[in-house]
Unconditional design. Structure first.
Length: 206
């Protein structure tokens, strides 16, 4: 669900994504599902599902028949369908979700909000697709410091080419990657009882 120069990074193989930041996906998804309070018997939507890390965590909690997922990347949608039979996985955008009003109890999004063409429209449509009393939740990387693998990359790039890397550094240019920004975005979409907390996970490298 990317725009501009970031879009190409999402039209890649699921295997390549899994070897990059995808290796954090399962642990992060488990934490997000717990934070959102997803409960058995609920209907859940994964917005910007990618290859399916968060989708899989939702399936573990509520069952494949109670989970739907959407992503703009056809390659990721195909991978998610292969990995999670029985889940309703569709190609589409967060800003115009292909689902009815109030169809879900939970709408979750992992590592996507800051890549949306229109984040306000995306969160607003997640709210539309979630019924009264439902939960809309998301997580993003702390590019400025907390996501140490990406921070190491950008710090090295800045040392080599400060001017060019300074323009591209995700820690400087990415929006909605701080708790206050996310809370403001949620409130602007009409959501209430907004809570923002840090989630910390790790990953193994050979």
């Amino acid at each position: 669900m990317a725009s501009g120069s970031d879009a190409a990074s999402f039209e890649t193989s699921a295997r390549a994504y899994d070897r990059h930041v995808g290796r954090y996906g399962a642990a992060l998804a488990a934490e997000l599902v717990d934070f959102a309070g997803v409960r058995p018997g609920a209907r859940a939507l994964d917005v910007g599902c990618g290859p399916g890390a968060l989708t899989a965590a939702l399936v573990d909690r509520v069952g494949a028949g109670s989970v739907a997922a959407v992503d703009r990347s056809a390659s990721f949608v195909a991978a998610c369908r292969r990995r999670l039979p029985g889940v309703d996985v569709r190609v589409g955008s967060a800003e115009r979700l292909p689902f009815a009003d109030g169809e879900f109890d939970f709408a979750l999004s992992q590592l996507v909000v800051n890549f949306l063409d229109d984040a306000h429209a995306g969160v607003t449509d997640m709210r539309r697709a979630t019924g009264d009393g439902g939960v809309v939740a998301a997580c993003v990387w702390d590019y400025a410091g907390g996501m140490t693998m990406l921070r190491a990359f950008w710090d090295a790039a800045l040392a080599v080419d400060p001017e060019r890397a300074g323009e591209l550094d995700e820690g400087r240019r990415m929006r909605y990657c701080r708790p206050d920004e996310l809370a403001t975005l949620w409130e602007a979409a009409g959501l209430v009882e907004v809570e923002s907390v840090p989630i910390v996970v790790g990953a193994q490298y050979e």
